[in-house]
Write a protein that binds this ligand. Structure first.
Ligand SMILES: Nc1ncnc2c1ncn2[C@@H]1O[C@H](COP(=O)(O)OP(=O)(O)O)[C@@H](O)[C@H]1O
Ligand SMILES: [Mg+2]
Length: 138
């Protein structure tokens, strides 16, 4: 298990996934890549200037979160962070393929998880379509 990809969206659930990932990476000597995808803004009625501002805020927030994660890591050899924009599941699957990840680790719920017992839409797409193994942390 050389390469682990972690999907992080800033949710509590993905923080939990992150902790599990670092625990495993420490044990197996794996390298870790943390990916966060800034979702497309589908609000067509938004003016371009507002869209740009929202995107800027989200990018800043995500960059800070990624920096914090990098600073907090111990016992793991290599940690890379990656910020993408677009459809979260597609971007994560694409990154996993390109880096030839051995394992994707994801939280079970997102930032606005509706039902506690349901798997989120992003994590369920990862389970369905990934070519490598997926660990859903509960
Ligand atoms: N935009 C994203 N970027 C990276 N990972 C994500 C993103 N959205 C969701 N994930 C991953 O998927 C997990 C489940 O979230 P999600 O499927 O979006 O649930 P929900 O439908 O409850 O929002 C999160 O804990 C996180 O690990
Ligand atoms: Mg979500």
């Amino acid at each position: 298990m050389k390469k682990i990809l972690i999907a992080h969206d800033g949710s509590k659930s993905s923080d939990k996934a992150l902790r599990k990932a670092f625990e495993l990476a420490g044990k197996f000597g794996s390298s870790v890549t943390v990916i966060s995808v800034i979702p497309e803004l589908y609000l067509t009625e938004l003016m371009d200037i507002d869209r740009a501002r929202i995107l800027e805020t989200l990018t800043g927030e995500t960059t800070r979160t990624m920096e914090k994660i990098k600073a907090s890591v111990k016992d793991v050899r290599t940690v890379r962070t990656m910020i993408r924009q677009g459809n979260p599941a597609s971007e994560i699957l694409d990154a996993a393929k390109k880096m030839k990840a051995d394992l994707i680790i994801t939280g079970s719920q997102g930032r606005h998880g509706a039902e506690k017992f349901l798997l989120g839409s992003v994590s369920s797409k990862l389970v369905d379509y990934a070519e490598c193994s997926v660990l859903v942390v509960k």
